[in-house]
Design a protein around this ligand. Structure first.
Ligand SMILES: [Mn+2]
Length: 480
C-alpha cells in the first residue's frame, strides 16, 4: 500500500489501463487463445489417436487373419518344412559313425544324392568292416551308417507335377505299412524319416512297422523306444513266428485303420511331393491300386538314379518277370500325356497304395505263397480282373534299393519264387498258363492247393485272362 501511494501518478496512469481494463481483456484473450489452442491440440491428438487406433485395429485384424491363415496352412501341409522337422528328427549318426567320418575325412557323406565314396588309400579295418556289413545286409550298410537319416534328395519334379493341384483336403488319411525282417538300422530309419520329412503329416494316420519276427537286438525294445519320439504315430507290431513277407503284409493290413493303405519296403526314400498325387487318385475311386514312379538306389554308393523315370509303365513278360515298358507300347494309339495318371498292367510292392476295404474285399493276398516274390503281380492281375483298377502316377517318385539278398529265408516244403509264379499261372492265366510253362519249363509244376483261391475268383465274379489281355495289356500278346 505504501509503495502504491508512492507510485507516481504518471506511472499509475500508465499502469492502470493495463491493470484494470487491459489486463482483464488481454488475460481473457490469452486464456481464450489458450483454450482454443488447447482444444485444437486435444482435438488433433484425439483425432490422431483415433486414426492410430483405427490403424492398429486394422493391423491387428490383418495379423489375426494372417495368423489364422498360417494356422490353416500349418494344419494343411506346411509342417513338413525340413527346417522345422530337422529339430525334431535326429540325424541318427552314432558317436562311432562320427569317429569314422572324421577318420575318413568325409564331409556330409551321401548328402544331396552325392555318390558315397572313400578317399584312397582306404584303411584295412574299414575295408573289412565294409565287407562284413555288406555280407550281413546285402548292401553297403557301413556307408549307410555314415549318411544322415535326414539326407536331402533333390526336388526333381517336373513343373507340370509341381503346379498341379491335388485334392487332398477332400481326403482323410493313410496308413503306411512297412514290413521288415532283420533289417539294418540306418536304412530302415532313413525310410521312416524320409516319409515323415516328405509327407504332409496331417495326411498320415499312422506308420506301421511290421516286424516278421526279427532276431537282431537293435530291432527289439530299442526300435519301439525310438519310434515313440517321432512326430507321427508309429506302431511297431510283431508276428509270433516267421510268416514271410506275403502273410506279413496281410498282417499289417489287418492292423491298419486308415481308408487307404500304402505299402513301402523298408529300403526306400521319398522325393518331394510323393504322397499328394497318389492320394488324389482315391478321391474318385477307392477300388484302386496305385503305384508311384520308382527309381533305383545304388546299393554300393547309395546314389539314386532318377533320370529314366518318365515315359515308362510297369509290365511283365510271359515268364512273369518284371519289365519297364515304354508307354507307347502299352498305350498303342490312345496315348496319355506323359505326366498323367495311367493304367498299368502290373505294379510292384516296393511302393503301392490300395483302398483298405477293396483290399479286404478281393481277398488281401494269397497267403499260400512262399516267403517272397510275385505277390504284387498276383495282386495287380486280381485287382484288374475282379473289378478294380491299377494305375501308375508318374508325378510321384520314390527311390527303392534292390539289395543283394532280399527278404531272405526260404520255408521248408514250398519252392520259393517259382512256386509262387506257378500259383499265379494256375489260378489266373487260364488257358494261357501253357504259354507261361513254355517259357519257364519248371522241372516240376509245384504250386500247392489252389482251391480256396479259385473259389474266391468265382465268388468275386472275376473276368478271365483273355479280358485282361484284350483290355489291359494287349502288348503282352506280341511279346516273347
Ligand atoms: Mn524291396
Amino acid at each position: 500500500m505504501k509503495s502504491l501511494n508512492k507510485i507516481p501518478m504518471k506511472l499509475l496512469n500508465i499502469i492502470q489501463p493495463y491493470t484494470t481494463r487491459s489486463i482483464l481483456k488481454y488475460s481473457a484473450i490469452i486464456v481464450i487463445t489458450w483454450i482454443v489452442v488447447f482444444a485444437c491440440f486435444l482435438t488433433s491428438t484425439t483425432l490422431n489417436n483415433q486414426q492410430k487406433l483405427n490403424q492398429n485395429l486394422k493391423t491387428i485384424n490383418n495379423l489375426e487373419s494372417k495368423m489364422s491363415n498360417i494356422q490353416k496352412i500349418t494344419a494343411n501341409s506346411k509342417i513338413t518344412s525340413q527346417l522345422n522337422l530337422d529339430f525334431i528328427l535326429p540325424d541318427g549318426l552314432t558317436d562311432e559313425a562320427k569317429t569314422y567320418i572324421k577318420e575318413l575325412n568325409l564331409t556330409s557323406p551321401g548328402e544331396n544324392n552325392q555318390p558315397f565314396h572313400f578317399h584312397k588309400p582306404i584303411p584295412a579295418h574299414i575295408v573289412n568292416k565294409t565287407e562284413e556289413m555288406y555280407n550281413k545286409y546285402g548292401f553297403n550298410a557301413f556307408a549307410s551308417s555314415l549318411v544322415s537319416l535326414n539326407r536331402n534328395l533333390p526336388d526333381v519334379r517336373n513343373d507340370v507335377c509341381k503346379n498341379r493341384k491335388y485334392r487332398n483336403e477332400q481326403f482323410s488319411k493313410v496308413s503306411i505299412i512297412i514290413p521288415f525282417y532283420n533289417d539294418e538300422w540306418s536304412l530302415l530309419m532313413r525310410t521312416v524319416h524320409s516319409i515323415i520329412r516328405k509327407s504332409p503329416l496331417h495326411l498320415i494316420e499312422e506308420i506301421i512297422l511290421v516286424d516278421d519276427y526279427s532276431t537282431y537286438e537293435h530291432l527289439q525294445e530299442n526300435l519301439k523306444n525310438y519310434t515313440k519320439s517321432l512326430p507321427v504315430t508309429v506302431k511297431v507290431i510283431r508276428t509270433h513266428k516267421r510268416l514271410g513277407i506275403v502273410a506279413n503284409r496281410v498282417f499289417g493290413a489287418r492292423n491298419a485303420v486308415a481308408p487307404v493303405l500304402i505299402y513301402v519296403d523298408s529300403h526306400i526314400e521319398c522325393f518331394d511331393g510323393w504322397l499328394e498325387p497318389i492320394l488324389d487318385r482315391f478321391v474318385d475311386n477307392m477300388e484302386l491300386v496305385v503305384s508311384p514312379n520308382i527309381s533305383d538306389t545304388n546299393r554300393f554308393n547309395l546314389a539314386v538314379n532318377f533320370n529314366k523315370t518318365a515315359g515308362r509303365t510297369m509290365g511283365m513278360n510271359w515268364r512273369l518277370e518284371f519289365k519297364w515298358i515304354p508307354n507307347e507300347v502299352i498305350e498303342g494309339n490312345k496315348s496319355v500325356p506323359i505326366y498323367d495318371p495311367k493304367p498299368t498292367p502290373i505294379v510292384i510292392f516296393a511302393v503301392l497304395a490300395i483302398g483298405r476295404k477293396f483290399f479286404e474285399k478281393i481277398g488281401y493276398l494269397d497267403i499260400d505263397f512262399d516267403i517272397w516274390g510275385g505277390e504284387d503281380f498276383e495282386l495287380a492281375l486280381r485287382a484288374w480282373m475282379c473289378g478294380g483298377r491299377v494305375e501308375l502316377v508318374p508325378c510321384s517318385l520314390v527311390a527303392h534299393m534292390f539289395r543283394e539278398h532280399k527278404y531272405k529265408h526260404r520255408s521248408k516244403g514250398k519252392g520259393g519264387y517259382r512256386w509262387n509264379m506257378n500259383r499265379i499261372a494256375e489260378i489266373w492265366l487260364g488257358k494261357y498258363k501253357r504259354r507261361y510253362y513254355k517259357y519257364v519249363k519248371p522241372r516240376r509244376r509245384r504250386f500247392g492247393d489252389i482251391q480256396e483261391r479259385l473259389k474266391l475268383k468265382k465268388e468275386l465274379n472275376c473276368k478271365n485272362f483273355q479280358w485282361y489281355l484284350d483290355n489291359v495289356f494287349p502288348a503282352l500278346k506280341e511279346m516273347d
